[in-house]
Design a protein around this ligand. Structure first.
Ligand code: B1M
Length: 809
């Protein structure tokens, strides 16, 4: 089944079939080829489809002649945002690109892939682009791609899994074409936004991509460990399109240092690992693809082992359901007056606190139930999911019986979620299972049907079996079905407690699926509920319970889980147990005296805590409160900056990722708005003591520090012209000369942007600026400031005021 020869196109092999058993060779770099052929810096490559069509055609032909089976259209950036100022429409550019590829392939059996790159803007909550807007942007490209006759869609170089999801959904819902999707990873094994290879593989496979993998990123050698992780996480074909090595800047030119031979050496290793779709990215040429074609012709696609483990995930946190995983039960209004009130008051902070408390206490995933008759459950579900996902990376279990709510929630959830729940009724299964399949989620199946909850283990087992089989009919693997054999209260249905346990045992042993139980139902109506809950939990775990839904803030319940993990050989060498209980004298008698659930809910949430957790809505109130007893600068220096330092450390060590970093920064902004208002209110100075320009240098978007400096200087009576962040060198120079200022202040927070700072100072001098320059920012030292020609260095906002005093007084 070789698709490339000069036969009739009528014999064209279906791509989905082809990649099941063969190695497919895609073409190589387009952008870097275009640069060699005259594309200038800043030019839009896609315009070449219309104005320089012959150049594109020649590149395609060159790739075909060297063995490429797939041509990738020159449409990487052909989306309506990137083409906003382009004279040609998205439709015109895509149509031209596909037609050029068709002309290049003539009547050869070559597939044409509509190429789709990232939109170029960050999605919410990291940026401002909504998920649905991103979907619409991709949809427009895909609709045209289908119209113009693309054979498949390649979604590539994604760094945000949420954006990749929007693109894959747009492709699935607006075409029947095969979808290949790749993301770009960094040396730390994650994408720029913190997504892991496993999460990517699991989520994109679940959404129905036909192949998943990695492109661009690094050189082939550096990609090998990432590729191994992708192969180990998915059952669909894996693809790889590395760069021709790590780019190096030499004499103003980007050089890729890997030869075609070396490239092929590594790609052959990928094939031995199980990769079956190969191609090249930046720096690769037809010569590279020729080598890859030889690999494809000389190797068979490796038969890979089927992946059978259960998991759910967020982009940065893949949770394998192995051992015991705790489902936090507290985001649920049933029987909780405060929670009900929070829902009615739209008090998302309260809900976020519940989420944080549970995760800090040890929950591995959180059940989210916001059903209350007086509120719009769908709207609330979406809000809660977005808010939780904005600040933490715990996977979620969406708990609702309404298919419309479930679909809306699964659509916006970032990752692979679990749905709670379906039951044994055909009507329910037929409505909900297709939604589970479409979004690649896992599902909880309750062992009840129209008759209610059957009393015996046998009947509950039968319902479980029916759910697993029905899921299979809908294409849902049993690894994605978790069965809840249902807990009845021991006080009312004592005889059935053992039936539940027997059912768990049978489902676990005979169906081989994961089991889940809402444990604390067992003790309703009895005194000392903790004791019953804990004893039942121990019995259930011993019978094969994998996912207890419980209150992780209950120390007793956590004690049971922790000790069970030792006894079941899950906690190897008892390491976790010893780290928790070793040394400390745990007084276990205290808990039993109270007879109530322990709840370590942390009420002592100072501003620092609020920033670290990214609780935006709490920042303003807390800051106002603090201003009653602290000065503005005290709050900045003692709380806000140390909090950000801690966030920075967590980011550096991989404890948190970009989305959380952004939430903390946003939280600081909220606090700072209050501080600024207070300073303005208390500022008596009205005459300008001097004009100062402030800017964060080009390439750097950190402006919190610069903004603090600005507000404090304003407070001391200086007039500030704030040029903002990421300010081009020329803008600073123009503004300094035009406004005839006496002082320019530059801020930089990254080692990589220090050279921008040096360049700005040099350019100011070269262009005849006569005033002084002062610099600041965490990466700077007084020595370096001197070295790059700054007149002054200011460690912080106070020192900035000293500098201004020296200049203007
Ligand atoms: Co990022 N970031 N960040 N970040 N971020 C740092 C700086 C980092 C140290 C974190 C880390 O890895 N530990 C690291 C830089 C590493 C390095 O080069 N040495 C880093 C990185 C890598 C990145 C990204 C590349 C991450 C990514 O995308 N993979 C990306 C960069 C994008 C870009 O700029 N092109 C990025 C993005 C972001 C956010 C957008 C999420 C956000 C910024 C939001 C915003 O500013 N609007 C952010 C944040 C918040 C941080 C940390 C956590 C905090 C920075 C901050 O605001 N500090 C930071 C880690 C850290 O510094 N602890 C980190 C508080 C602020 C008051 O202090 O700015 O130092 P600072 O200002 C002080 C003094 O330095 C001085 O006075 C201020 C008040 O006392 N000062 C001046 C500052 N400017 C002055 C000018 C003066 C005088 C004094 O005269 C003109």
């Amino acid at each position: 089944m070789k698709p490339v020869d000069s036969g009739e196109r009528g014999l064209f092999v279906d791509l989905r079939e082809y990649i099941k058993n063969n190695i497919l060779v895609i073409d190589g770099g387009m952008g870097t080829m275009l640069q060699v052929k005259g594309l200038k810096l800043g030019e839009t490559p896609e315009v070449f489809n219309i104005e320089e069509a012959e150049i594109i055609k020649d590149i395609h032909k060159d790739y075909i002649e060297n063995g490429a089976m797939v041509l990738t259209t020159n449409t990487f950036g052909a989306n309506e945002l990137k083409l906003e100022h382009c004279e040609y429409s998205v439709e015109k550019i895509i149509d031209a690109a596909i037609n050029i590829a068709k002309e290049a392939r003539e009547d050869k059996k070559i597939y044409i892939a509509l190429d789709i790159g990232p939109i170029g803007q960050l999605l919410e909550p990291m940026g401002t682009l909504s998920f649905e807007r991103a979907y619409e942007i991709f949809k427009r490209q895909i609709v045209q791609g289908v119209k113009s006759g693309a054979d498949l869609i390649i979604i590539e170089t994604m760094t945000d899994l949420y954006e990749a999801k929007a693109a894959v959904l747009a492709a699935k819902e607006n075409s029947n074409l095969p979808i290949l999707c790749t993301m770009s990873f960094e040396e730390n094994g994650r994408t720029f936004t913190g997504c892991t290879p496993e999460s990517m593989a699991v989520v994109l496979e679940g959404l129905g991509a036909d192949a998943v993998g990695v492109n661009c990123s690094l050189g082939p050698k550096e990609l090998l460990p990432i590729i191994k992780r992708i192969v180990a996480a998915t059952n669909i074909p894996v693809m790889a399109q590395p760069n021709a090595g790590l780019p190096e800047l030499r004499l103003g030119k980007t050089i890729f240092n890997v030869t075609p031979e070396e490239f092929a050496y590594w790609v052959e290793k990928f094939v031995c690992e199980g990769v079956s779709i190969i191609g090249g990215c930046c720096g690769t040429t037809p010569e590279f693809i020729k080598k890859l074609r030889a690999i494809a012709d000389n190797n068979k696609r490796l038969k890979r082992d089927k992946i059978t483990y259960s998991c759910i995930c967020t982009p940065s946190n893949m949770l394998k359901i192995e051992g015991v995983k705790i489902v936090g039960e507290r985001i649920n209004p049933t029987g909780k007056k405060l929670f009900q009130q929070a829902l009615k008051d739209n008090n998302l902070d309260y809900i976020l606190k519940q989420a944080i408390d549970q995760v800090e206490a040890g929950a591995d995933l959180l059940d989210i139930n916001v059903g209350l008759p007086q509120i719009d459950e769908k709207e609330m579900m979406i809000k809660v999911i977005k808010e939780i996902q904005g600040i933490m990376d715990v996977p979620l279990q969406i708990d609702s019986s309404d298919p419309e709510i479930l679909e809306a929630a699964l659509r916006i959830y970032n990752g692979k979620a679990c749905v709670n729940s379906v039951n044994g009724e055909d009507e329910v299964l037929d409505k909900i299972l297709p939604i589970i399949k479409k979004y690649g989620a896992s599902v909880v199946g309750l062992t009840l049907d129209k008759r209610g909850i059957p009393p015996t283990a046998k009947e509950r087992f039968e319902i479980a079996e029916k759910i697993v089989n029905k899921a299979k009919e809908y294409g849902i693997d049993k690894k994605d079905v978790f069965i809840d054999c249902l807990v009845l209260t021991a006080s009312a249905q004592q005889a059935e407690v053992q039936e539940t346990l027997k059912a768990v045992r049978r489902v676990h042993d005979e169906l081989g699926v994961k089991t889940l139980l809402g444990v604390s139902n067992i003790s309703f109506g009895l005194p000392c509920r903790d004791l019953i809950n804990e004893t039942f939990l121990a019995a259930a775990l011993a019978n094969g319970l994998d996912l207890p839904i419980m209150n992780p803030n209950s120390t007793g319940m956590m004690d049971v889980v922790n000790s069970y993990k030792v006894l079941a050989n899950i906690d190897k060498g008892s390491a976790n147990f010893i780290s928790i209980y070793g040394g400390a004298k745990v007084d276990r008698s205290v808990r039993f005296k109270s007879g109530k659930n322990d709840n370590n809910s942390t009420d002592e949430r100072d501003l620092k805590y609020i920033v670290i957790k990214g609780l935006r809505d709490e920042a303003a109130g807390e800051t106002k409160e603090l201003l009653k007893t602290n000065t503005e600068l005290e709050i900045v220096n003692k709380l806000l900056i140390p909090a950000l330092d801690e966030v920075g450390k967590k980011f550096e060590t991989g404890e948190i990722f970009l989305p959380q970093l952004i939430q903390s920064a946003e939280t600081v902004k909220k606090a700072f708005e209050v501080i600024k208002a207070s300073l303005i209110l208390n500022n008596s100075a009205s005459i300008s003591k001097g004009k100062i320009i402030l800017a964060t240098v080009q390439g750097d978007i950190h402006d919190i520090g610069k903004n603090i400096v600005k507000v404090i200087l304003e407070n001391y009576g200086y007039e500030i012209i704030d040029l903002g962040k990421d300010v081009p060198v020329g803008t600073v120079v123009d503004a300094a000369l035009k406004n005839n200022v006496g002082l320019v202040g530059l801020s930089a927070l990254m080692t990589t942007t220090l050279k921008s700072m040096a360049e700005t100072i040099r350019s100011l001098e070269e262009n005849g600026y006569k005033g002084k320059v002062f610099v600041g920012g965490a990466v700077l030292t007084p020595e370096y400031a001197k070295e790059i020609g700054a007149d002054y260095y200011a460690k912080d906002a106070k020192e900035a005021v000293e500098v201004a005093r020296q200049i203007f007084n």
